[in-house]
Design a protein. Structure first.
Length: 295
């Protein structure tokens, strides 16, 4: 009998139907077999890590090849700097050892060739004994190129050099016998002059560089009062006479003098600049060159 839409055929009560053998054969199996494994669901192990010990050893060896020569070279530079500082102090008679820096790598190669390419020296309080108008150098900065020494270690010579010497106003005052300070305007200094009966006037003059490493003074002008003729004669005598800087290495030539708030800044340059070693005593009245030990 054909079925009507919307109705289902029910099996009468008490009547049971059994699947046929064919239906049993085509019934889908929703279970799992006992021999099914889960290997396909296990995580895939990561690939074995590469051993980096050989690379680390190679890197450490390479670093040693670089650092050990640098350490040896630095030790050689420190030794050269120490010897130079000691010799300079003994030759120039400075109260403290100067600061010395050897530039350029490798220093061992420079020492083997007998020439240091670039050396900087900073020294303080260079005395100027043995002169009737001594003017100490408060600070000397040397920039040396191509420094070599003699076979007997009594002389060192730089192919070229530049230097700056600072001269304090207190030292300049002692040399001139006047209280000196910076003047109004570039290249000018002022000096106070005591007059009879307690009066005081101020005079100003110019400073400039002259041949022979000399500092010269221009014609002075008076401010703040009248200057007696005796005072004018005395000042003329003081300023007409240059001050010669005798504690400067031989071969350096004074190029310029500038005034600062605390002193004079003098600039030098030269070629074939010589430093000589002695027993530490200087006679600047007879020597124009400074003393210096072997580098």
């Amino acid at each position: 009998m054909p079925q009507s839409p919307g109705f289902t055929v029910c099996t009468p009560p008490g009547r049971h139907t059994h699947p046929s053998e064919g239906e049993l054969m085509h019934q889908p199996d929703h279970g799992y077999e006992d021999d099914v494994t889960y290997a396909s669901f296990e995580p895939i192990p990561p690939p074995p890590r590469r051993r980096r010990r050989p690379a680390f050893v190679a890197g450490a060896a390479l670093a040693a090849l670089v650092l050990i020569p640098l350490a040896v070279d630095r030790a050689a530079a420190a030794h050269a700097e120490s010897r130079t500082a000691t010799a300079f102090q003994q030759g120039m008679g400075t109260p403290e050892r100067p600061q010395v820096h050897v530039h350029g790598l490798p220093v061992l190669t420079q020492l083997a060739s007998g020439t240091l390419r670039h050396v900087e020296i900073t020294a303080h309080d260079l005395p100027a004994d043995g002169s009737d108008r001594p003017l100490p150098v408060t600070r000397l900065d040397l920039d040396l190129r191509g420094l070599t020494k003699s076979d007997d270690d009594t002389e060192a010579r730089a192919r070229s050099a530049r230097a700056t010497a600072f001269l304090s106003y207190p030292d300049l005052s002692n040399a001139l016998g006047l209280e000196v300070s910076q003047g109004a305007g570039p290249g000018r200094i002022s000096a106070k002059v005591q007059l009879p009966f307690g009066d005081e006037i101020t005079v100003t003059t110019t400073v400039s560089a002259a041949s022979g490493n000399r500092i010269t003074f221009g014609k002075f002008t008076v401010a703040g009062g009248a200057l007696p003729s005796a005072g004018e004669t005395l000042l003329n005598k003081i300023f007409d006479r240059p001050i010669r800087l005798r504690n400067i290495p031989d071969g350096l030539h004074l190029r310029s003098v500038t005034t600062t708030a605390t002193g004079l800044s003098t600039h030098f340059s030269g070629k074939s600049v010589t430093f000589r070693a002695d027993d530490g005593s200087q006679s600047n009245s007879t020597q124009d060159s400074a003393s210096y030990g072997s580098a």
